[in-house]
Design a protein around this ligand. Sequence first.
Ligand code: AMP
Length: 215
Amino acid sequence: MINLIFLGPPGAGKGTQSARIIDEYKIVQISTGDLLRAAVKAGTPLGKEAKVYMDGGQLVPDSLIINMMKERFESDDCQNGFILDGFPRTTAQAVALDEMLQNELKTSVTHIISLEVDDEVVVKRNTGRRVCPSCGATYHIKFNPPKDGGKCDKDGETLVHRDDDQEETIRKRLGVYHDTTSLLKDYYSKSGKFFELSGDDHPDKVYSKIKEILG
Ligand code: AMP
């Protein structure tokens, strides 16, 4: 059973690596960023409240995120294992996650992998990132361009540059990461399940290291 948490700044490669893992290990990926963007698009009360924080590069309040994840864990598809991408982001969320897993799913986190990437690499990766609004596939205008100009290779949708991937917002998100989310490393480092990997390497190399960890 694999219940994996990915830590790392925005653009560390969590989404890219998650896509490979879910294919090979047949587990689900849960991205709080994707869930929130879907709520914003659907115009739900959660989406309306979250949008203000997301546009400003700030974290959405813990209570909203924890409730959203409680609901997400009620789906049967989590029973065979999962990857958490973008959650937890604060110690309060990590504590709530441990409780949710123990009480509701009768399971626990098996691996925590932190992808370490230099700040300037993060800025370059995010400002060049383009995303398919339909299937979530990600590209980079220089490092991983789509085959057909601005269209998704998988479904032909026009790719978008996320509002929060603009340089000013990225720098804010990085600040939030260093101030808050990176503290989670302390929370997990003594668990015996915590691994740090360089996310600066080529995605293939990162993936082979992840496979060594997951077994
Ligand atoms: P991401 O796609 O993971 O980079 O998330 C995009 C934005 O959604 C973040 O900058 C936050 O505003 C918000 N967000 C996503 N996950 C969380 C979380 N676990 N806690 C608080 N805010 C979050």
